[in-house]
Design a protein around this ligand. Structure first.
Ligand code: ATP
Ligand code: MG
Length: 441
């Protein structure tokens, strides 16, 4: 098999080989090439030691020198070059207590997680596929290199990574690998929130975010996202619904593009339903005020998983407003934009359509028509540049001070009251008008 390496990768490998070392492109990039996909980044593995790598290239960064990784910079691009290594004993199920460099590519490939990620390539030797990666790509399975139980005992994060790669590629998890996950999932408690967050985001932004179901079935979400397990156990007996809460969430993620905030917004949008469940005498279920409960739960979970504040802010707003009753009039839409903020408001349409697509088809046409109508109103409002926030008002606090109003609370209250009037009737928003009107509000 021949893989077309980018010129810079080729150069790095050549430089190392000319100096008498072995060097290969390795891991995810080779998997992606075999699949005919463009890799995101290229990793190189070599028999050269970090000091030797640094000696051969003019610009390098000590990225993870202890673990043998040096980043080689070529024309503004960085390539991770890592010395062949064996990971020593994993005493805590998290990270190797020591790494040992080795002269053998075979050893280096053996420490990698899955067979499809354990292939290497260079032009001189061709493909090194020592653990059956090609065959597993053919079979479309995720399988551990070696004994699955041992590999997950070494590093529990690999269990979540198995589902993540399954979702990325649409592959099944091979049976003994899946059995080992079922047995060892509780070890995920040892893994840092940051590492879990990375893999969870990759899972939900993949082509198959609904494979989070597999994480549920294997007992992974019970460890890292028990709030979702509750949803999988919460029925929806209501004419608007055809799935339980968890299945509805899984289907709804498929209805938005693979973008982090949107996918997380869908993941959490109904997370407050188990806590707000009520059942009528006839069995019909309701979940009154679930967006408020959902917002709280979402913030708690996202903080636990150490998400950044900006992402938490956006996702919790999507959860809070996903069901917000927007009055289908121009004034109603302006008020909703004012309440949510422009960027969240624009995303709410996407969230609602995905939400509806994952419900029963009862009244679907009417629900979609209402959204389209509100969207059309919103377009007109934006085209006319109607005022929707305080900063859009034709006057500011300084104008009121110039009119003789004392600085302080009264200024803010007056401007807010003026905005209320202007939200109802944008034609009021002229300087002249507002300087008259402020005396009455
Ligand atoms: P992606 O394209 O989604 O980044 P990737 O395969 O490059 O996928 P990375 O997490 O970037 O995944 O890891 C790069 C390579 O390092 C993997 O292909 C695998 O060979 C190895 N690897 C990464 N994490 C682990 C781990 N926890 N245990 C064993 N090997 C790992
Ligand atoms: Mg990668």
């Amino acid at each position: 098999m021949r893989i077309q390496l980018p010129a810079k990768v080729h150069n790095i490998i050549n430089t190392l080989e000319e100096a008498g070392y072995e060097a290969y492109a390795v891991g995810g990039c080779i998997r992606d090439c075999v699949l005919g996909r463009m890799p995101d980044d290229w990793d190189i593995t070599t028999s050269a030691k970090p000091e030797e790598i640094k000696h051969l290239f003019t610009r390098t960064v000590d990225t993870g020198i202890k673990h043998g990784t040096v980043t080689v910079l070529l024309g503004g691009e960085g390539f991770e070059v890592t010395t062949y290594r064996i990971d020593g004993a994993y005493e805590d199920g998290r990270h190797p207590t020591e790494v040992t460099f080795t002269a053998s590519l075979k050893e280096d490939l053996r420490r990698r997680d899955f067979t499809i990620n354990a292939m290497a390539y260079n032009d001189r030797s061709g493909l090194a596929d020592l653990y059956g990666g090609l065959a597993d790509i053919e079979k479309q399975v995720i399988r551990c290199v070696g004994e699955a139980k041992e590999r997950f005992e070494e590093d529990a994060l690999r269990m979540l990574r198995a589902v993540r790669f399954s979702a990325k590629l649409g592959y099944q998890i091979e049976e003994s690998t899946g059995e080992a996950i079922k047995a060892l999932a509780p070890n995920l408690q040892k893994i840092s929130a940051e590492r879990i967050q990375v893999e969870l985001v990759k899972l939900v932004t993949s082509p198959h975010p609904d494979y989070l179901r597999t994480a549920y079935e294997l007992g992974i979400t019970a460890q890292i996202l028990p709030e979702f397990d509750l949803c999988m156990k919460t029925p929806q007996r209501h004419k608007h619904h055809c799935y339980n809460v968890g299945e509805h969430i899984l289907h709804s993620m498929l209805g938005v593009e693979p973008e982090k905030v949107l996918r997380l917004g869908m993941l959490f949008h109904d997370i407050g339903k188990p806590q707000t469940l009520t059942v009528d005498p006839d069995g019909t279920t309701h979940n009154k005020r679930h967006p408020f409960e959902g917002e709280k739960i979402t913030r708690k979970v996202m903080r636990r998983l150490k998400f950044d504040n900006d992402t938490i802010d956006k996702v919790t707003k999507l959860v809070l407003y996903h069901d917000y009753d927007i009055v289908a009039t121009e004034a109603g839409v302006r008020r909703a934009v004012n309440r949510m903020g422009e960027d969240i408001f624009a995303m709410i349409f996407i969230v609602r359509r995905a939400d509806i697509a994952a419900q029963s088809d009862y009244m679907r046409k009417e629900k979609l028509e209402k959204i389209a109508y509100i969207e059309a109103l919103y377009r007109e409002i934006t085209a006319r540049k109607d005022a929707v926030t305080l900063k859009d008002l034709a006057i500011s606090g300084n104008d009121l001070i110039a009119e003789g109003m004392p600085p302080g609370r009264q200024i803010g209250e007056t401007l807010s009251a003026l905005l209320e009037r202007v939200l109802d009737d944008p034609s009021l928003n002229t300087r002249e008008n507002l300087l008259k009107l402020y005396k009455e509000v």
